[in-house]
Design a protein around this ligand. Structure first.
Ligand SMILES: *[C@@H]1O[C@H](CO)[C@@H](O)[C@H](O)[C@H]1NC(C)=O
Ligand SMILES: *[C@@H]1O[C@H](CO)[C@@H](O)[C@H](O)[C@H]1NC(C)=O
Ligand SMILES: *[C@@H]1O[C@H](CO)[C@@H](O)[C@H](O)[C@H]1NC(C)=O
Ligand SMILES: *[C@@H]1O[C@H](CO)[C@@H](O)[C@H](O)[C@H]1NC(C)=O
Length: 385
């Protein structure tokens, strides 16, 4: 009887603990109460370019923003990936452009500006290090603990390589390697600056297959099926360095946490099997003129073609994705597995205890590692559905 009583109370206690714990973890995973800060180029620009330039930008005009009937300076037909990601993180307001005065930055801000680069001096834009400087100037808005638990999402480098290949069309392998090294070293330097400013949770998105952007296919006259491979090679060389570089940083900096989103492969998968993603057109844009409808969207006096149904396109203009595709990318960022984002997804990153070193590393994904992972997970035997 005494034993029974004990058993009952133990079971009762367990039940209470389970009931108490579940809502807490679930709430904690959905909403860490932290912010989302974005850095980089037009892909994450929430309206900064529009503020920075004296002349009007095409993105302030129809058909940009067409899905929401709201052209607002974003490089898409509607929301961009960080908007969806912020929502998935439980952030109740839109991530505003940091360069616009008096916006509500309580849950983050976009420091990304169209045309941004790592190297050089982009015209009417900011390099990543200038964006970090801007963040530091605004730091009084957030306390240190808040910055430490917030996510820092970065996509940068595409303009460096587009510019490089335009100016050096015949660069040999060693000139390419030297350029990739200087770009990635600068990236490392800028991430270190952010870490010194108090950031500790980094999400780095690999570069898209730049040679497959409709504007690049159009300018290099590749036709519909082919991409401009020299630019894809540069992006690949860049991307290969990102994971190892961040592993190294995590080893030498206390509490440095990161993850790498394989954006390159996410785009390649969609161009190779559009229908699996319910896409109809992946190699030409929805809005523009030219062989790939890739130029001039939103410009005055350019008679562009506009697709009827933007949600079945991968690209809205010559180099930016549709809202539909951006929503998919945000889903991958928040919750995909290690074949897509590793060593953890954003949901895991934002609840990872601050000040702790990561226990997992980024590992190169080859078809072999992907297979090994597949067999490992299915060997548990309980994943049938
Ligand atoms: C800013 O947004 C937050 C929600 O994240 C809200 O609580 C706060 O009142 C807003 N501040 C202003 C000044 O509107
Ligand atoms: C583009 O390339 C040219 C020539 O290499 C260089 O002078 C310039 O600084 C680059 N622009 C940017 C923004 O990187
Ligand atoms: C689109 O581009 C991809 C990658 O270059 C290629 O494999 C595919 O065949 C192209 N699709 C069409 C319909 O041209
Ligand atoms: C975390 O990493 C830093 C940098 O390598 C190291 O100095 C520190 O001892 C590590 N902390 C723990 C708890 O392992």
């Amino acid at each position: 009887m005494a034993i029974n009583c004990n058993l009952v109370s133990v079971i009762g206690l367990l039940l209470v603990l389970t009931l108490l714990q579940n809502p807490v973890t679930v709430a904690g995973q959905r909403n860490s109460g932290a912010a989302l800060f974005t850095f980089g180029d037009s892909n994450f620009d929430a309206g900064n370019k529009q503020t920075l330039t004296k002349t009007s930008v095409a993105q302030g005009f129809w058909p940009y923003g067409k899905s929401r009937d709201d052209p607002n300076g974003k490089f898409s037909d509607g929301f961009i990936a960080p908007d969806f990601l912020a929502k998935f993180m439980g952030i109740p307001i839109e991530i505003p452009p940091a360069l616009v005065p008096n916006v509500n930055v309580s849950r983050g801000a976009s420091f990304a500006v169209a045309d941004a680069t790592l190297l050089g001096a982009p015209v009417e834009s900011l390099t990543l290090s200038q964006q970090v400087r801007k963040f530091n100037q605004m730091k009084a808005n957030w306390n240190d603990d808040f910055i430490k638990k917030s996510a820092f999402l970065i996509y940068i480098g595409a303009n460096d390589y587009l510019n490089f290949s335009k100016n050096n069309p015949n660069a040999d392998a060693s000139a390419q390697q030297a350029f990739v090294t200087s770009v990635t070293n600068k990236l490392k330097n800028d991430i270190s600056l952010l870490y010194s400013s108090g950031a500790s949770k980094f999400i780095i998105q690999t570069l898209a297959p730049l040679g497959c952007l409709p504007i690049v296919r159009q300018e290099y006259k590749t036709g519909m099926e082919k991409c401009h491979e020299p630019l894809n090679d540069l992006a690949k060389q860049h991307n290969e360095k990102i994971g190892p570089m961040l592993n190294e940083m995590a080893k030498s900096a206390q509490g440095f946490q990161f993850t790498v989103f394989d954006f390159y492969d996410a785009i390649i998968r969609r161009t190779q099997k559009p229908s699996s993603y319910r896409l109809f057109m992946t190699n030409a844009s929805c809005c523009g003129i030219g062989t790939h409808d890739a130029f001039g969207c939103g410009l005055p006096n350019v008679h562009v073609r506009l697709c009827e149904y933007q949600r079945s396109y991968l690209f809205f203009d010559g180099r930016h994705n549709t809202e539909k595709a951006q929503e998919m990318f945000a889903h991958l960022l928040i919750g995909a597995d290690k074949n897509v984002i590793q060593p953890m997804n954003v949901r895991e990153l934002v609840v990872y205890p601050v000040d702790e070193n990561m226990t997992e590393e980024w590992v190169p994904t080859t078809p072999a590692t992907v297979q090994a992972r597949d067999s490992r997970s299915s060997s548990h035997g309980y994943e049938s559905y």
